[in-house]
Design a binder for this molecule. Sequence first.
Ligand code: PEP
Length: 257
Amino acid sequence: MGRKFFVGGNWKCNGTGEEVKKIVSTLNAGEVPSGDVVEVVVSPPFVFLPLVKSTLKPDFHVAAQNCWVKKGGAFTGEISADIAEMLVNLGIPWVILGHSERRLLLNESNEFVGEKVAYALSKGLKVIACVGETLEQRESGSTMEVVAAQTKAIADKVSNWANVVLAYEPVWAIGTGKVATPAQAQEVHSELRNWFQANISPEVAATIRIIYGGSVSGANCKELAAKPDVDGFLVGGASLKPEFIDIIKSAEVKKNC
Ligand code: PEP
């Protein structure tokens, strides 16, 4: 069975209640391929999760942008993934973990991200796990070493990859307007798949969805989507705009590949 195209929208720390309602109504009205062709997941700030969950059309799903590494309790400002508690209890099926903004601004280490992914999965959440190199790392030729180490730290804690989507997001492309070329994205995605083949299993290598993130737009998505190892996108800025619908539609490119 082929890998279903996946489009995630990371709204980050953006939006007022009114803006969120507007984005949801644009999404609900958008004519997009059916759920057999593309899986769409949007990730609003925590405070808007219930609103988005209750107003978004049911074909689309909702993700949290982070969750705590263990059971809830005395962890001010954190959100628990625990089944009896918050995200799963609210019916939020997905969470984004390991985003570079958290790795870099909040010093989340590879090991900490690995622990969070394992805990979230153990509580029934599906995870969009992000990896990616900085410009300095790319220029020094260590891109693959960096993303492999980030992926290995997850693999050290996780044995079942069925509910993981891996997002390759080069840090230099996030929010900069400098998108990776389709060839650059394909090269890293294919090497990551080889890494899964060598270190996890041929089955996981063949089935795990590896999506690209970093300045994806309505204008560049089709070319990226045409690459064989690009299984979709994680979209930041453009997920707040009507062009997100065009990005979802790029799933159709796979039909002609
Ligand atoms: C992101 O934050 O995950 C992202 C890819 O952002 P942008 O699309 O704005 O580069």
